[in-house]
Design a protein around this ligand. Structure first.
Ligand code: TYM
Length: 348
């Protein structure tokens, strides 16, 4: 069995405000993994993914700076993790193209995120939006990343990444063996979705059945990582709840999506679990609980927001971090890309 280096890769699109869902579902996991010295860590600002839907170029650039600042403010450290923007490492698209030729059209058509985003307009969306999961597989497999921390909305894309790896390994099995790579060239990446007690999906503050998202129209549905203290408090105060008191057992959150969401946000920010939160607040009304949640959220999120706002003022520094990261990513990717080309039969 081929052995692979333990390597983590993940990415976020710079296509909107970075919100609490991105933080709890992804960035907090990145920071924890960075502290585990058995992993190499690679974190990407996936700007090429962002342009699968129309972006204003100036805004895209500003969002790239802001997302990088968020990574740094949350605790990612360029001396421990490779941090870069995707478009600076051309091998992502080179491998992405090869995967476009490995993946099947039917696989792409089945992606629920594509169906959601394209809606009834599927003839008129970009070809890139359809091929997106194949570029995502290339992001991961360009480094043969063994682990990918994400929220649960990315699960299907990661299954597809494994399908692509498997098909490539099968389609080119003879060449892979002949060139001395053993029985497997690409690894079977493991998604890290349930990670500690972090929520796998943070829901909208206005509708506990919908995901918190940067594309939701109303800003009141989400907490952005650099919302100021007043706005953050206002959003939580206005967050939808139900008329019942909080239950004392997690089973009592069944059928109460808004209550479940606020309790799991509290637990994630406080590094405990939902049952411990209910041990403390069970039987209380939302008014009291929300007061405590606001204090906790302000204490945990606002210092990160302050640091983001400080860092984005120094664009040259952010750019340098991304440039250095890209150089390291390119060095890591180059030999693998060369091997892929030889396997496929390109003259190198
Ligand atoms: P994106 O940019 O939509 O989201 C970035 C990360 O945040 C997580 N997330 C959430 N987690 C919990 N609750 C939520 N409400 C919530 N909203 C977002 C997402 O699960 C994700 O982990 N396709 C990816 C970007 C990507 C990528 C990759 C990820 C491109 N290449 C390679 C991993 C590996 C995306 O659009 O994520």
């Amino acid at each position: 069995m081929t052995q692979f280096t333990k390597r983590v890769f993940s990415g976020i699109q710079p296509s909107g405000k970075i919100h609490l869902g991105n933080y709890l579902g992804a960035i907090q996991k990145f920071v924890k993994l960075q502290e585990d010295s058995s992993f190499e860590n690679i974190y990407c600002v996936v700007d090429m993914h962002a342009i699968t839907v129309k972006q204003d170029p100036k805004t895209l650039r500003a969002r790239t700076v802001e997302l990088t600042a968020t990574y740094l403010a949350a605790g990612l450290d360029p001396s421990k993790s490779i941090i870069f923007n995707q478009s600076r490492v051309a091998a992502h698209v080179e491998l992405g193209w090869i995967f476009n030729c490995v993946a099947r059209l039917g696989w792409m058509n089945r992606m629920t995120q594509f169906k959601d985003k394209a809606g009834k307009n599927s003839e008129n969306v970009s070809l890139g939006l359809l091929a997106y999961p194949s570029l995502m597989a290339a992001d991961i497999l360009l480094y043969n990343a063994t682990h990918v921390p994400v929220g649960d909305d990315q699960k299907q894309h990661l299954e597809l990444c494994r399908d692509i790896a498997q098909k490539f390994n099968n389609d080119y099995a003879n060449e892979i063996k002949e060139l001395g790579f053993g029985d497997q060239f690409f690894c079977m990446t493991e998604p890290l979705i349930n990670f500690g007690n972090k929520p796998v999906r943070v829901m909208s503050l206005r509708d506990g059945t919908k995901k918190m998202s940067s594309s939701a129209e109303s800003d009141m549905t989400r907490i952005n990582m650099n919302d100021d203290r007043d706005l953050l408090a206002k959003k939580l105060k206005k967050a939808k709840t139900d008329p019942e008191a909080l239950p004392s057992e997690t089973a009592g959150l069944e059928g109460r999506p808004e209550a479940r969401n606020l309790v799991s946000i509290f637990a994630a920010l406080d590094d405990t679990d939902s049952q411990q939160v209910l041990d403390q607040f069970g039987g209380q009304q939302f008014r009291e609980f929300k007061g405590a949640l606001i204090d906790l959220a302000v204490a945990k999120i606002c210092p990160i927001g302050d640091e983001i706002n400080r860092l984005i003022k120094d664009e040259a520094h952010i750019d340098q971090v991304l440039k250095d990261g890209a150089e390291r990513a390119r060095a890591l990717a180059a030999p693998l890309m060369q091997d892929v080309k030889r396997i496929v039969g390109f003259m190198v």
